[in-house]
Write a protein that binds this ligand. Structure first.
Ligand code: ATP
Ligand code: MG
Length: 395
């Protein structure tokens, strides 16, 4: 019996003339990601991407898990394929459901007939197949409202498919379909989540991390690279650019008003991020800020830092509270790494009473005390790049 993976897309269906571009992107990404799981034929038809194993060596479990992490799919299911006749569908149901209904007490059959030439209508197919299941497993009961298991028969243009349940996909839009953004990636909980939320909206994510060696350690940087690697489960590949802020921090500490240190540092981070973004064709910046979470994330602080950035800054976590962000971090699998106790450059030389209502004019005055352009230039020259991928040969 031939089994395939069916991936359904969600809001892509709403796309008009562009839809085929999005579908091609999805197929392309599936093909790249499938290469480690075996040889598959992958194509789209009728709002579904089909992933067909081409031999017995294909790792269907691995491919299924991977498909659930590809943005653009709302649901992913495994299905047995058969000819479009009731005999063939019934035969497939008999062979396919086997031990898949162990522990199940109630079920429902749902039929979808997209090929309207098929002689039976959907409710008739469902009724017939329900009868087959009951004759096979008389202990089962039908429950159309809250069944333990849902058996779906789809009669499509090319074949019929029998599947038992499906799982939610990662949702959103295909990666790289919305352009590219530069994520300011710290080692915390929020920024990986922010990056993945924007990747879900189709952004290709490039990352920028600021280190502050020797005040921050090699292990702190390794933690950030581990986070990037974990994000690759969903984004496939991330280039992480790393810039040293050490000298800037020392100059700010020695020269400027202590309470303004945090906001001034963030202004430098924005300037460097903008420069990096332009060099790598990123059209926006992304941060993990959440309104009011810390002193640098008050409305005034955000307004002041933003006024020094000439690119849009996306902050998808802005309206989320910590628990919601943690929930997302657990869902994406970044939480455990995020809570490893390593220092971040933002925790170096932090003032005891950071300004929560900074004013742009005051910050401008503070900045006049230092050579901003030279500091930015010098810090930017420290930049180097590490690349992380979901698997080594991903291209
Ligand atoms: P997170 O949990 O994401 O680390 P945070 O709660 O530590 O955030 P801040 O330190 O104020 O909050 O940082 C706010 C945002 O600034 C982060 O979400 C991230 O986008 C960016 N950021 C902070 N530190 C760094 C860093 N070392 N490198 C790059 N970006 C950073
Ligand atoms: Mg935070």
């Amino acid at each position: 019996m031939k089994e395939v993976i069916l991936c359904k897309y969600g809001e892509l269906i709403l796309k008009g003339a562009n839809r085929q571009n999005f579908e091609s992107m999805l197929v392309k990404e599936c093909r790249r990601r499938a290469s480690v799981h075996g040889i598959f034929k992958i194509y789209y038809l009728q709002s579904t991407v089909y992933i067909e194993p081409q031999n017995d060596e294909c790792d269907m479990d691995g491919m299924f898990d991977t498909a659930r992490k590809i943005f653009g799919f709302v649901a992913v299911g495994r299905a047995a394929v058969c000819e479009k006749s009731m005999e063939s569908i019934e035969e497939t149901v008999r062979n396919y459901i086997g031990d898949k209904l162990d522990g199940v007490r109630t079920f429902k059959v749902e039929a979808k007939r997209s090929d309207k030439r098929f002689p039976l209508k959907s409710p008739e197919i469902a009724r017939e197949i329900g009868g087959v299941v009951l004759s096979l497993m008389p202990r089962l009961k039908v429950d159309v409202h809250h069944p333990d298991a849902e058996i779906t028969v789809e009669v499509r243009d090319e074949s019929a498919f029998v599947r038992i349940g499906q799982k939610p996909g990662a949702g959103g839009l295909p990666i790289r379909s919305s352009g590219r953004g530069l994520l300011l990636l710290s080692g915390g909980i929020d920024s990986p989540v922010a990056g993945l939320m924007m990747a879900k909206r189709g952004l290709d994510i490039e990352a920028l991390h600021f280190e502050s060696f020797p005040y921050t350690s090699e292990r702190a940087k390794e933690k950030v690279l581990s986070l990037a690697e974990e994000m690759c489960e969903f984004t496939s590949r991330i280039h992480v650019h790393i810039i040293s802020l050490t000298h800037i921090q020392e100059v700010l500490r020695d020269t400027c008003d202590e309470d303004s240190f945090t906001v001034l540092l963030r202004i430098f981070m924005m300037k460097l991020a903008e420069r990096c973004a332009r060099a790598y064709q990123c059209e926006c910046l992304i941060t993990g800020e959440s309104l009011g979470q810390v002193a640098s994330q008050t409305m005034s602080a955000i307004t002041v830092t933003d006024s020094f950035a000439n690119l849009p800054v996306f902050r998808p976590c802005i309206g989320m509270d910590k628990e919601e962000i943690v929930r997302e971090a657990r869902k994406y699998g970044t939480f455990d790494t995020s809570i490893l106790p390593y220092e971040d450059c933002c925790t170096v030389f932090t003032p005891v009473h950071p300004k929560t209502k900074p004013k742009r004019e005051d910050m401008m005055k503070e900045l006049e005390k230092v050579d901003v352009d030279a500091l930015v230039e010098e810090a930017y020259a420290t930049m180097y790049t590490e690349t992380r991928k979901v698997f080594e040969n991903y291209r």
